[in-house]
Structures are given as structure tokens and as C-alpha cells.
Write a protein that binds this ligand. Structure first.
Ligand code: ACO
Length: 435
């Protein structure tokens, strides 16, 4: 499914010279039309300017579609709500990698492949031991995932389709093992080996919360909720971390190095780090009577405080993932049997914010991170692990987007240009003449 060049064009006229050029318009299968500016520089010597990419399509892709105005997220045409309800994370991984949902035999093979790639090279554990115990697990993940390039030499030749696929399988399979190891190291417990008789999310819970001294039994409801969280985070088209992975990959860097770059980008509080920030914010607010005070701070331009888990570059409506997660939050809290005052607080904050003119005017709605932290903490994850879980789930999206880019015959290195605003040429001044 490639874009189609329509017969429609856009004319751009340079007022000072009267020069006019015609720019082609491309149509995807759905979504905004796109003005093709690729020949602009060659034709006019001018660049386009869009520093935060608010109006720029950086690539074409067939993996994920978002309509942020309506609140739609689809993978391969399937609504995220349906995938969360009816499929498993590994099914969604297959869909993202191959563009189609698997049939039963394809699913069996895929599950087997992923299961039998979950162990990591034994030497990798020594990398963990080089970190301080109080290192943030995201710092550890950036290091160990990048280091995979030094361990799996037989899947770093990006020109070989088989190696690309093996690298993709390895990343999907080993991320839970490596994420659980980051957690185990931080709490001073022994690393747990993966178990081949367990499903993906259950196995991750076992490696995180199990100990060698006794068997760990994950609650099926918790394993299902976690699997659903993974589905909801699997891909989100060209966000900051995915674009980073694509740009890193465009130079020909190996997939493990590219995913490490994605993890680094995800860490920021404006992106995946927001789930940790939401929980910290709710703890800081503390009680319902203090909500107005914090809302006022969020609205005050002189105060750096923002309502974490609210607002989104693309969604100008309720983030569909937040809707599914809100329901999952009730399910998990019921399962673990705890009354969580933070959930009450979050719901009240959401209610008040959604009635507030400031948030209504700016179309600021809860995003995926607003409820995920509450579920993850109810399951037992410390806040520092929240973004790691996001990275674990997003790895498939990153690798699918990377593969799609590498497999595009027209692929070239990504190289944005700039609007230069520095000095024009000037004479060198010797140090003894400088003020
Ligand atoms: N709290 C208060 N005001 C906000 C918030 C917020 N959370 N988000 C946006 N605004 C305001 C801005 O101050 C701005 O107001 P103005 O027009 O009066 O200047 C307006 O809404 C538009 O905001 P921008 O920052 O221009 O929007 P942008 O698209 O650049 O940022 C972002 C999106 C980074 C997600 C922002 O909404 C934010 O910081 N949210 C909190 C962090 C968060 O939850 N991040 C998770 C994103 S989802 C994800 O990565 C999975």
C-alpha cells in the first residue's frame, strides 16, 4: 500500500520575485494529504522549516494509523480497542512485523520462536554487575540493549533479510528478560531464567517477581492486564523515539544500537517517562482538596509544572489507549483487592480538568500514561520500572518501523537541514586580542 500521487498540486509563489512552483500532493489510504516538497530545494534553493515536525510527514508507512482529532489508533487497520480485547501481545507483534494477523499455525511458530530466544548470553549479566545498584533501570537498559550489538554478531548484517528478522525476534524475546534483570539487580535479588512453559507476560512476571527458592504463580488476571498494557504500547507511528530509531537506522547502524537510541529518547518525561511522572505527581498532590491548587499551577505559564499524563501532540481527543487502560485499572485493583486512593485522586483530577476551560480550549485529554502507572504500581512494579515496561512493549513497534524503512528500496540516510542564524564569516581574533 503506497502513497498515490494525485493530479492535484499546490502552487507556491515567492512574493518578491513572482516565481511560482507547483508541488505535487500525495494521498495515503487515509489521513491528511501530504505536500511533496522533495524537489523544493533543487527547484528553488529553499528549505521548509518545521523544527518540532508539527506539519511534517517524515516517511510513508503502512503499520499504524492515528486520527488524533477523533481519537483513533489502528494497527494494520485493526482498532486498538479490538486488539486489546481479542488478541494477545504476541499476535500484535506478528501483525506489526508482517502486516497481517497470524493464522493458528503461523502463531504457533511465532510463539515458539520468541519463546526459544528469551535467554540472553550468560556474559551479559556481568554488564549489569558493572552498574551501581541504585542506577535507574532505564540507564541500565540503554546500556545493555546497545551492548547486544556486541553479543549477537550473526544478526547485525542489516542487508540480510534473515538476519533482520532474527534481530527482530531476539529483541522482542529478550527485552522481558533484560528488563526483569534490571529490576532484580536493583533490588539485590538473583536473576531469574525465563521459563519456556509460560506465556510472554506471565514469564515476565515470573522473572520479575519470582525467586529461585519457590515457584511463582502469576494471577491470570494480572498476566492478562499486563499483556494488554503491552498491546496498548506496542506502536504509535512516528513519535519521538520511533523517529529516533528510524534516523539512527537510516545511517545503516545495527538494530540493537538503533533500539538503544529509541530507549534513550523514550526516557524523557515529555514521552515515555510521563508514566513515572504521573504517579509522582499524584503522590505530590496527595488529596482531592489540593487538586485546584495544582491545576492553577499547571495553567500558570511562569510555573514549569504541567499536568503529567495530560495532553498529546497528536490526540486532541481522549487517547483511545487511556480509555482501555482506565477499565483495566478497575479490573486489576479488584483482582489485587486493594483500594487505591491514587486511582480516586486520578479520576477526580481527570473529571475536574476535563471541565476546566484551559484544558477544554487546548484539547488536553488524558493520555496513555495517565492510568498505566496506577495499574503497574498495583501489580507491584516500582515507579522506576514504568518506563522500562513501556520500552519493552514499544520495542516491537520500533523494530517493525526500522524493518519497514530498511526494506524500502528508496531508503537513504535521513539528513534534516537548518535555518542558520549564527555569525556570517568573520576574521579570527588571537586570544590576547579577545575581550
Ligand atoms: N499541563 C498543562 N498545560 C499543558 C499540558 C499539560 N500537561 N500539555 C500542554 N499544555 C498546554 C501548553 O502550555 C500550551 O499552552 P499555550 O497554548 O497556552 O502555550 C498548549 O497546551 C499546547 O501545548 P504544547 O506544549 O505546545 O503541546 P505539544 O504538542 O508540544 O506537547 C506534550 C505535547 C509534550 C505531550 C504535552 O502535552 C505535555 O508536556 N504533557 C505532559 C507530559 C505527558 O503526559 N507526556 C506523555 C505524552 S504521551 C506519550 O509519550 C506516550
Amino acid at each position: 500500500m503506497s502513497d498515490t500521487k494525485s493530479s492535484d498540486t499546490v502552487s507556491v509563489t515567492v512574493n518578491s520575485t513572482g516565481e511560482t512552483i507547483e508541488l505535487p500532493i500525495l494521498d495515503g489510504t487515509e489521513g491528511p494529504r501530504v505536500i511533496d516538497v522533495r524537489q523544493l530545494y533543487a527547484q528553488t534553493g529553499m528549505f521548509t522549516y518545521d523544527p518540532s515536525y508539527t506539519s511534517t510527514a517524515s516517511c510513508d508507512s503502512s503499520i499504524t494509523y492515528i486520527d488524533g482529532e477523533v481519537g483513533i489508533l489502528r494497527h494494520g487497520g485493526y482498532a486498538i480497542e479490538d486488539l486489546a480485547e481479542h488478541s494477545s501481545f504476541l499476535e500484535v507483534c506478528y501483525l506489526l512485523l508482517h502486516g497481517e494477523l497470524p493464522n493458528a499455525s503461523q502463531m504457533g511458530d511465532f510463539e515458539h520462536t520468541i519463546t526459544y530466544h528469551t535467554m540472553v548470553h550468560d556474559q551479559l549479566q556481568f554488564l549489569y554487575r558493572g552498574f551501581r545498584r541504585d542506577a535507574h533501570p532505564m540507564a541500565v537498559m540503554i546500556g545493555v540493549v546497545g551492548a547486544m550489538s556486541a553479543f549477537y554478531h550473526d544478526s547485525t548484517d542489516i542487508s540480510d533479510p534473515d538476519q533482520r528478522l532474527i534481530a527482530s525476534h531476539r529483541l522482542i524475546a529478550k527485552m522481558p528478560t533484560m528488563a526483569a534483570m534490571a529490576y532484580k539487580y536493583s533490588v539485590g535479588q538473583p536473576f531469574m531464567y525465563p521459563r519456556n512453559d509460560m506465556k510472554y507476560a506471565e514469564n515476565f512476571l515470573h522473572m520479575t517477581f519470582g525467586v529461585p527458592a519457590e515457584d511463582y504463580e502469576a494471577s491470570p488476571a494480572i498476566a492478562r492486564a499486563l499483556d494488554r498494557i503491552f498491546i496498548l504500547h506496542a506502536d504509535h507511528e512516528q513519535n519521538a523515539s520511533t523517529s529516533t530509531v528510524r534516523l539512527a537506522g537510516s545511517s545503516g547502524a545495527n538494530p540493537f544500537a538503533c533500539i538503544a537510541a529509541g530507549i534513550a529518547t523514550l526516557w524523557g518525561p515529555a514521552h515515555g517517562g510521563a508514566n513515572q511522572a504521573v504517579l509522582e505527581m499524584l503522590e505530590q498532590i496527595g488529596s482531592k482538596d489540593r487538586i485546584p491548587e495544582f491545576l492553577e499551577r499547571a495553567k500558570d505559564k511562569d510555573d514549569p509544572f504541567r499536568l503529567m499524563g495530560f495532553g498529546h501532540r497528536v490526540y486532541k481527543n481522549y487517547d483511545p489507549r487511556a480509555g482501555v487502560l482506565k477499565q483495566s485499572t478497575y479490573d486489576v485493583l479488584e483482582e489485587v483487592g486493594i483500594e487505591n486512593p491514587l486511582l480516586e485522586l486520578a479520576m477526580e483530577l481527570e473529571r475536574i480538568a476535563l471541565e476546566d476551560e484551559y484544558f477544554v480550549e487546548r484539547k488536553l485529554f488524558p493520555n496513555v500514561d495517565f492510568y498505566s502507572g496506577i495499574i503497574l504500581s498495583a501489580i507491584g512494579f516500582p515507579t522506576s520500572m514504568f518506563t522500562v515496561l513501556f520500552a519493552l512493549a514499544r520495542t516491537v513497534g520500533w523494530i517493525a518501523q526500522w524493518k519497514e524503512m530498511i526494506e524500502d528500496p528508496g531508503q537513504r540516510i535521513g539528513r534534516p537541514r537548518q535555518l542558520y542564524k549564527g555569525y556570517v564569516e568573520r576574521d579570527f581574533v588571537p586570544m590576547d586580542k579577545r575581550s
